[in-house]
Design a binder for this molecule. Structure first.
Ligand code: UGA
Length: 439
């Protein structure tokens, strides 16, 4: 493979940073990943991925072997690089809805003294609109020979490598042609695949990201609102979703009704967007996102209502098996996971809750040490009075209900993701309940 002339640095080696670093290395760039966490860096240096993401472990090992990719805690290592990607987290603030920009600001401050003439800092973190402009002004004071652009990231967990190497679009926020030219050159191998390229100003590029996530959240809460209406009216939301999804203006993606969205992005992004709009005097424009958030959190309570209606208001005598802890399948991420939240609420209500998950048990245990965990489905199901399907891992969708019937005390399943084959479960003698389906 041709080794590219430009050297890249990636600041922040979390989910986004490691994926970006490994993928850019696979395109032929020499890439250094920098992070302040020595434990994480030591793992990465040994070619080990500190989290679960299908395909990324192999790519990381391969790129480390190629010699193009390296990781360090020493920020001095960015000195050689021409383009610096900022990939640090922007979590929800501890004291409100807004995003915490501490890591973005400190990342820029840390690399500023080492930026060489003509180099470009490229923010990839999700930030409130206006951040890029103020960081660029800051950079003009500390390193006037460098420039700053924004390049939002749209990758989905579980598909991180695919979404990075073959994204459905590349969006860059730039203040001049030179910055755009540098980014076009860096992304040439991806652009050559025919990937749409969108040049925007800095604020628009920041807005594209939060607008996209808000739209996705709105779609999910829309279908969950329809699920509530279906329950009240005696309808079936899965049929409704299928029927409206055939209209290409609506589309059938992100219309899966259930316990709603979680993870490190959608929930905090819509909240930060509302907080920023209020600061900008545009509060009313995003007032609807408050309802999107409320519908989403209500879905978690609705599933608990179904549990109570099947067992009793007093859950203290019951054992509930929970299939799934992560916020979605093919990930070990339990941040704001609807599944774990429901498990914890049931546990707090007095039920004995046993959670299993193919990848998320350890991260879940760190967050909720008081819950019980089982390493496999059979152990989780043992003597359960009710089974909750909360994260649609492939292995759960493939469970043969007849084969597990003898393990449980009561054959009652609630499908919180509307992904199981209702007829199959009923044929095996199970009582099958789901959100948004009255039958
Ligand atoms: C999301 C966006 O989809 C990415 O484009 C974006 O880059 C990323 O956030 C980010 O900001 O970094 P991700 O958090 O990986 O990606 O998860 P999604 O696939 O969007 O799923 C989010 C949640 O919605 C999950 O809990 C999922 O179970 C739920 N969901 C999804 C539904 O409840 N119904 C659906 O129909 C689809």
């Amino acid at each position: 493979m041709k080794v590219m002339d430009e050297k890249l640095s990636v600041v922040g080696c979390g989910y986004l940073g490691v994926t970006h670093a490994a993928c850019m290395s696979s395109l032929g760039y020499r890439v250094v990943g920098v992070d302040t966490d020595p434990v994480k860096i030591a793992e990465l240096q040994s070619g080990k991925l500190p989290f679960y993401e299908p395909g990324l472990d192999t790519l990381l090992a391969q790129e480390m072997k190629s010699g193009r990719l390296s990781f360090t805690t020493d920020v001095l290592a960015v000195t050689d690089a021409d383009v610096h990607f900022i990939c640090v987290g922007t979590p929800q603030s501890k004291d409100g809805l807004a995003a915490d920009l501490t890591y973005v600001k400190s990342a820029l401050a840390a690399i500023s003294p080492f930026l060489k003439k003509g180099s470009l800092v490229v923010g990839k973190s999700t930030v409130p609109v206006g951040t890029a402009q103020s960081l660029r002004e800051e950079l003009a004071k500390t390193a006037p020979h460098a420039d700053l652009a924004w390049n939002p990231e749209f990758l989905r967990e579980g598909f991180a490598v695919e979404d990075t190497l073959t994204p459905n679009r590349l969006v860059v926020g730039v203040a001049n042609d030179l910055a755009e030219d540098i980014l076009k050159k860096v992304y040439k191998p991806i652009l050559d695949l025919g990937t749409p390229w969108i040049r925007a100003d800095l604020p628009t590029s920041e807005l594209v990201k939060v607008a996209a996530n808000s739209f996705l959240a709105t779609k999910i809460s829309f279908i969950n609102a329809m699920a509530e209406v279906c329950e009240a009216a005696g309808g079936d939301v899965t049929v409704l979703a299928k029927a409206i999804g055939y209209d290409p203006r609506i589309g059938n993606k992100f219309l899966q009704a259930g316990i709603g969205f979680g993870g490190g992005c959608l929930p905090k992004d819509i909240r930060a967007f509302m907080a920023r709009a209020e600061e900008l005097g545009a509060k009313q424009a995003l007032e609807f996102l408050r309802e999107i958030d409320a519908i989403n959190l209500r879905a978690r309570l609705r599933v608990i209502d179904v549990v109570r209606s099947e067992l009793s208001d007093d859950l203290s005598q019951y054992k509930i098996a929970v299939l799934g802890a992560t916020f979605k399948p093919d990930s070990d991420d339990v941040r704001d996971s609807p599944a774990l939240d429901i498990a914890a609420q049931l546990n707090a209500a007095g039920a004995q809750v046993v959670v299993t998950d193919p990848q998320g048990i350890e991260p879940a245990r760190k967050r909720f040490p008081n819950l019980e965990y089982a390493l496999n489905v059979n152990d989780a199901l043992k003597d359960a009075n009710l089974v909750l399907h909360l994260t649609e891992w492939k292995e759960y969708r493939q469970i043969d209900p007849a084969a597990i019937s003898s393990l449980v005390k009561n054959k009652i399943i609630i499908d919180g993701r509307n992904m199981l084959d209702r007829d199959l479960w009923r044929k095996a003698g199970w009582k099958f309940r789901a959100l948004g389906r009255t039958d």
